[in-house]
Design a protein around this ligand. Structure first.
Ligand code: UDP
Length: 191
């Protein structure tokens, strides 16, 4: 169910498990598309920045990661809508990807943060098919590597809107994967 918040459609999820199951079904089927976390700051920024508005509108799923957005949705729907923190969503998705053996490619953050993230996820049983820190030079080479990796989930931590712009390009090469911009999530995960 989609609710308009500041002119942007945000999907209402009762809880995080519902969104996790939407992205990775129990049989391992992965949602093809991209998801973006919505908060009041982004709604306001988008109203002043057409490029950001386009990026937000091009995402296949927008979910509420911000109480301001959750409150608007609850009022409009008259039912429970839970805030879904992007960082927790990413960890829950990785846990489910481990169970379903879904191939994951990680992009972003500083080299040592990425190395620790890969190590920790591998220990959790996640099938990491490739990784790249966020300070690469050849974007096309990286996108080609992702497209050939067999990845079905690609998470990108380079800050906004850099990560969203990268995801937009990568989706053209590998449309069947699920993409998520995760900001400082790897830093939190390893910190
Ligand atoms: N980052 C990156 N490449 C860049 C810029 C940033 O990989 O060119 C990483 C940075 O190391 C951090 C993450 O992006 O792990 C989030 O950065 P920041 O906190 O600036 O973004 P925000 O979460 O505030 O959008």
């Amino acid at each position: 169910e989609v609710v308009q918040v500041g002119g942007i459609g945000v999907m209402a999820f009762s809880n995080m498990a519902e969104l996790v199951n939407y992205v990775i079904q129990d049989d391992g089927t992965v949602f093809s598309g991209s998801a973006i976390a919505m908060n009041p700051e982004k709604v306001i920024a988008a109203s002043k920045n057409p490029e950001l508005m386009t990026i937000l509108n091009q995402a296949d799923v927008r979910y509420a990661d911000g109480m301001g957005v959750v409150k608007v949705m609850r009022r409009k729907l008259g039912r429970k809508v839970e805030r879904i923190p992007g960082c927790e969503l990413w960890q829950a998705l990785m846990a489910k990807a481990a169970i379903t053996k879904t191939p994951v490619f990680l992009v972003g953050a500083k080299p040592h943060v990425m190395a620790q993230t890969v190590e920790k996820l591998t220990a959790m049983g996640v099938n990491i098919v490739g990784s790249q820190d966020g300070y690469f030079k050849d974007e096309n080479e990286l996108m080609s590597r992702i497209a050939h990796s067999g990845a079905r989930i690609v998470t990108v931590a380079m800050g906004s809107p850099k990560q969203e712009l990268f995801i937009g390009k990568c989706q053209k090469l590998l449309p069947e994967a699920y993409y998520m911009g995760v900001g400082g999530t790897y830093d939190v995960f390893t910190g």
